[in-house]
Design a binder for this molecule. Structure first.
Ligand SMILES: *[C@@H]1O[C@H](CO)[C@@H](O)[C@H](O)[C@H]1NC(C)=O
Ligand SMILES: *[C@@H]1O[C@H](CO)[C@@H](O)[C@H](O)[C@H]1NC(C)=O
Length: 184
């Protein structure tokens, strides 16, 4: 490494160390500069689809697997269709497989832990893994995409979700997903 760069990084390191937040001897955060190897081409992909959470009727795609006395902790295993359009019978692009659980005692916030398994075009066989907090009553919810497989190897990104249809009688919902991921 060039001496100048080493010096710059060292100065940056000192500057960052001195920015460490210390309150009453308890350290909450520290920042460190790191160097990264030159990455190979990183692609960005945006996906747009609709998530159909069908909880009632003859063929529900979301099944409660844990039902505590109070709502907190309620958990469902899902195999929800993902489609191109809002209509449930529009082109299937994949399935959301995994679970969601009511993880908040204070509001309607779910823990989402699921894989989007795609079956459409060149994405057939590739997956994205979503793990995040989903406060379902918020207009737009953001959830991290923490990994992927196939064309989405090394994926990192985020999903923006907004409910487009919710039937309070049946509990069925259609949710629009806009996913942005960077991957190898
Ligand atoms: C996706 O791939 C599987 C396995 O290779 C294949 O059986 C299936 O027909 C493909 N689906 C689509 C929609 O291309
Ligand atoms: C998602 O994308 C669609 C189409 O591009 C757009 O109309 C919509 O506002 C977006 N929703 C969110 C929550 O970003």
């Amino acid at each position: 490494m060039a001496p100048f760069l080493t010096f710059t990084l060292f100065t940056l390191y000192l500057a960052l160390i001195s920015a460490t937040v210390i309150t009453a001897n308890a350290i909450f955060s520290q920042h460190f500069a790191t160097t990264k190897p030159t990455p190979t081409a990183i692609k960005t992909t945006r996906l747009h689809f609709y998530f159909h959470d069908i909880v009632s009727g003859k063929q529900p795609t979301a099944i409660p697997i844990i039902r505590p006395k109070n709502a907190f902790g309620t958990t469902a295993m899902v195999d929800d269709p993902l489609t191109l359009d809002t209509k449930p019978r529009s082109k299937l692009v994949g399935r959301a497989q995994g679970l969601y659980a009511l993880a908040s005692k204070h509001d309607q916030a779910l823990l989402m832990a699921m894989n989007f398994a795609f079956t459409y075009g060149k994405y057939n066989g590739s997956t994205l893994s979503v793990m995040g907090r989903n406060p379902v009553l918020d207009a737009v919810r953001e959830m991290p995409v923490i990994g992927g497989s196939g064309v989405f190897r090394f994926a990192r990104g985020y999903a923006l979700a907004n409910t487009v249809r919710y039937n309070p009688k049946t509990g069925n919902a259609v949710v629009q997903y806009n996913v942005t991921v960077m991957h190898g």
